[in-house]
Ligand binder design. Sequence first.
Ligand SMILES: Cc1cc2nc3c(=O)[nH]c(=O)nc-3n(C[C@H](O)[C@H](O)[C@H](O)COP(=O)(O)OP(=O)(O)OC[C@H]3O[C@@H](n4cnc5c(N)ncnc54)[C@H](O)[C@@H]3O)c2cc1C
Length: 567
Amino acid sequence: MPEQPELTIQGWGPGGSRGATGTGPEGVPEGRLEPDRDPDPATALPKAARRHLEKELGWEPRPTPPVAVGEIRLAPSRLPAEAHDALVALLGEEHVRTDREARLRRAGGKSYLDLLRRREGDASDAPDAVVLPGSTEETVALLALCAEHGVVVVPFGGGTSVVGGLSGMDPDDRPSLSVDVSRMASVTSVDVASSLVTVGPGMRGPAFEEVLGARGLTLGHLPQSWEYATLGGYAATRSAGQSSTGVGRFDELVAGLTLATPAGVLELGHPPASASGPDLLGLALGSEGALGVITELRLRVRPAPQTRVYEGWSFRTWADGLAGLQRLARHDLLPDVVRLSDPEETRTNLLNAGGTGARLLRGALRARRRADGCLLVVGWEGLPHVVRARRRAAVPVLREHGAGRVGHRVGESWREHRFTAPHLRDRLMDAGLLVETLETAATWTALPAVYDAVRTALRTSLGRPGRQPLLMTHVSHGYATGASLYVTVLADRDDDLPLQQWLGAKRAATEALLAAGGTLTHHHAVGADHRPWLAREVGLLGVEVLRAVKQRLDPQGICNPGVLLPD
Ligand SMILES: Cc1cc2nc3c(=O)[nH]c(=O)nc-3n(C[C@H](O)[C@H](O)[C@H](O)COP(=O)(O)OP(=O)(O)OC[C@H]3O[C@@H](n4cnc5c(N)ncnc54)[C@H](O)[C@@H]3O)c2cc1C
């Protein structure tokens, strides 16, 4: 398996002048514990970005660094000795870990709240131990063992959950195990004729694409968390990638999977298609570890694209942009990548982009009176003549809605930098900012109202005299019936009550988007954070159906009890 980069615990990405280093057992990427940091906020951000944010937010940059990793508080492991010994007998000593480093690395996910807690030295969500099963059989056996000893099990993929999916909360406060699937990370079969590849859940996107690329294939699932998230995690959360408008959401890429549960093994999905009753595969997709551990996936792949065309367009208004996308969607003409930024996101991105190209673009948009407009990045991939034909059909529609072409460099630059934002988030958090995202989806009809409602709720909740949040929104995925909205929120952090500040804003935004007709989540999943609202979307009877399925597969309720189902 190609080497996978390191996981960190207080931010995103590798590095860390102050972090500890270590080498882990087979399959566990070990290394520095925290990202590289410039402790001085005056130099940590590009000048233009800092000036813009200071003006927009009423924010004064100040150093708010995380505590040193050595100061993070970690309670002693509560794993009972008999359970530990039984796990060692099953998996071997090196695959049952209770050491500080192993537990800290699997403490929670990467939401703003998760990172705030860890930056403040709180690792109360750390598991009592980490186990690394190597096969479906070992996973089933370890689930039986945990059920017998009353130990909670939290599957761990890349640790990139942003909805509290790894918080390990348990109403009965039992000891908890992080089940790290990184040892199950190899490709076991490639069926080129059927476009099917069987792979372990612990493999990450870059490694998988490398293996597929050698065969002229691709999966094409590219979420912003691509560097760290795993294939099993994508399935467990119903992830969507940046090209999902074209290649489909991750749900659509899963042809089948194996789910190890305390009640036994489920083999789900029968490609190419089946009418044998309701689709049980759908129960495992989005199950977030609450029904068991996904131990194998059969994924639908495609030939690697021979051509890629990425470019930028500019609409005069947000309404024009939405109307243009809706029209493309109705006629099945949406490109593979569609990303329409609202005026606030467009302005901020243009100001923050450095270099001559960005300066020229700003000038050109001003000259064409589009400085307050909305940037659209589109991308087409595939066979050259198909890409040409699809683009040729879409361009007149864009023009009919007033879009002006701003060129390939904008599209290419977006493609080149599309995984950098999470690294910037670390630096913004170091300088006293609240930085978080939220997402939803709505029909084309409801979308404008959802957009307005979320913005009003966030402004009301986070606004203070002389201070306003910066709310940057884009449409990230288009469908015939509607689209998703993705909001990036920046605000001056309340240094006294930072957790409460975001919890209040998130609650207000969620209430507002549900009332306006948005979905609870488009691709981040339910986790612990969205649980209280699940019944609003699926109804009380829907929650009861899910509870009954869980009761059958996991009678002792040991599988990730803190997520998905409301208390
Ligand atoms: C900076 C950033 C950018 C992001 N961008 C995107 C994006 O563009 N699109 C998107 O969809 N999401 C995005 N996310 C959210 C996150 O990356 C996804 O939810 C991803 O699918 C999680 O994968 P993971 O391997 O990290 O899973 P984890 O975070 O480890 O786990 C997520 C949940 O799934 C469960 N789980 C994990 N593996 C298994 C398994 N094998 N069997 C059963 N349950 C399992 C866990 O218990 C947990 O409840 C982003 C997150 C961050 C921090």
